[in-house]
Design a protein around this ligand. Structure first.
Ligand code: ZN
Length: 506
């Protein structure tokens, strides 16, 4: 159902004061700072190992040393963080988000939103980036949005990497899609001419990939209205350009569509929703459990990875069943900014519309979620690499905390907690950024880390108990993240007042 229904909505921290155990002398502090997390339990996550009583030295954005119990570190200038009773794990990655930046606001079709006064300090985007960190999310893959929003993200990616804005490492994807008419059951006559931004020929599909590469995008999201030859050309050109593909499976049931065999003969690196596979299991308006096994086998044989996005389906089904946006965890409702809040509210929230309820197949929505859970479990049993993705900020899914919700979804279908951590970190790094290392808590690795107050292997819900994060090698204790978010509240309240001043416009 996601295939049809998903909206295309489109500084260095001050080190904390901590106990001064173990730190003595010798290494000068670099610009990005140096920290020693002392006497902490390390969960590297690339294996099932648990390493108690380690001291972890972080400097220049890297994990420099992981010291065995009792070893004395010479770490002049390093700020010591007391790790006793705490757990150091890889930072989480949301493998499927749609970040609407200030550029998306300026491009809004709603004139009252487009006219919002945002100021010059990028406060809107900064708040969104901080929300990710508050949830331990130190990486996020954006699966395409509007042109101006994408441009903002390419810029933000560099600001974050340089440490000028605190946020997750961004992987910016370019969505390539054809016109819907190109895959309509009634063919030919009505199909518009091919264009690079809506290709219907292999040449234009390949050109779109090359353009995305030149512009600096990290990966390609093929989308489902690409016809047969264009879909294949996009997938193949991306591979030639060294860009991974994660997206939707092509439409079925038209002369120019890539059918199921064709799609698996020319596979993407990653399928962006388990629901995409469910769509391929539909026979007429029904779901066939027999096809579930065959689909899982096909994915495993072709070595395709999958981002199940179970929480996304759960949330959509929740809106369908309850006719309301499901509550978000804890006090995360505060992190839904006024512009996003509007998108979550009728009439902008199409999941709460009558048209949504009236569409064909609506009576299989709930079964589709069950099907996706069983299918994802079968994928996991076959060793298919799974990642944690959420489709935030789709209504009901808040940037950051939705990652923790999806981790719980994966735990509930049977993954062990360490496998959930791996899906949320190692598997995402392997998919989006394999050159940069495994993402594990290992010497030499990038310091994108979460310090937890409780053991995530004892209970995956403990991934929400965060003492602080290392983002791009900089330590941000939770109190500092909260302080910065709070400092942005006045800006958000200003946006609310502006929106309320134009009630007729939305
Ligand atoms: Zn999406």
């Amino acid at each position: 159902m996601i295939a049809y229904l998903l909206a295309l909505t489109l500084g260095a921290a001050q080190p904390s004061q901590a106990s001064q155990t173990g730190a003595t002398a010798a290494v000068p502090t670099q610009a990005a700072g140096a920290w020693l997390v002392s006497d902490v339990t390390v969960i590297p996550a690339d294996t099932d190992e648990v390493l108690p009583h380690r001291s972890v030295l972080i400097r220049d954005g890297r994990i420099v040393r992981i010291l065995a119990p009792g070893a004395k570190a010479k770490v002049r200038g390093a700020t010591v963080i007391d790790g006793r009773g705490k757990y150091l794990v890889p930072g989480f990655v949301d493998a499927h988000v749609h970040i609407a930046t200030e550029g998306a606001i300026r491009d809004s079709k709603n004139p009252a939103i487009a006219a919002l006064e945002l100021g010059q300090a990028h406060e809107y985007d900064r708040q969104v980036m901080l929300a990710f960190l508050k949830a331990g999310v130190t990486g996020a893959a954006n699966l395409g949005g509007g042109a101006r929003s994408d441009e903002d993200l390419l810029w933000l990616r560099e600001e974050i990497a340089a440490g000028r804005i605190a946020g997750p490492q961004l992987y910016v994807g370019k969505r390539i899609n054809g016109p819907r008419a190109a895959v309509a059951p009634q063919p030919a006559a009505a199909v518009p001419a091919s264009k690079p931004d809506a290709p219907t020929t292999a040449a234009d599909g390949a050109a779109a990939v090359r353009q995305a590469r030149e512009r600096g995008y990290d990966f390609i999201k093929p989308y489902q209205f690409l016809n047969r030859q264009t879909y294949r050309a996009v997938v193949e050109e991306a591979r030639r350009q060294g860009m991974i593909t994660t997206g939707h499976l092509p439409e079925l049931g038209c002369a120019s569509c890539a059918d199921r065999d064709f799609a698996f003969a020319h596979p993407m690196d990653n399928i962006a929703h388990s629901e995409e596979l469910t769509r391929f299991a539909r026979i007429g308006s029904d779901l066939s459990p027999r096809d579930l096994e065959a689909l899982a086998d096909a994915v495993a044989e072709r070595k395709i990875a999958v981002t199940p996005t179970l929480v996304t389906l759960k949330t959509i089904v929740g809106m369908y069943v309850q006719r309301a946006v499901p509550p978000v965890p804890g006090d995360w409702a505060m992190r839904v900014d006024p512009v996003t809040r509007l998108d979550w509210t009728p009439p902008a929230n199409r999941y709460l519309s009558q048209a949504f309820r009236d569409q064909d197949g609506a009576d299989t929505f709930s079964a589709g979620y069950d099907f996706a859970r069983v299918l994802t479990r079968q994928l996991w049993k076959r060793g298919v690499p799974l990642t944690v993705g959420t489709d935030a900020s789709l209504p009901g899914l808040v940037f950051g905390v939705s990652v923790q919700q999806e981790m719980i979804e994966l735990r509930e279908i049977g993954l062990r907690p360490i496998e959930v951590l791996r899906a949320a970190s190692i598997n995402a790094h392997r998919l989006f950024d394999p050159q940069a290392g495994s993402g594990a808590v290992r010497e030499g690795g990038r310091a994108n880390l979460v310090l937890l107050d409780a053991d995530p292997l004892a209970d995956i819900h403990n991934v929400a108990k965060i003492a602080g994060v290392f983002a791009q090698g900089r330590w941000l204790p939770m109190a500092e993240i909260d302080r910065r978010l709070e400092a942005g509240r006045a800006f958000e309240q200003g946006l609310s007042r502006q929106i309320q001043a134009h009630p007729a416009d939305h």
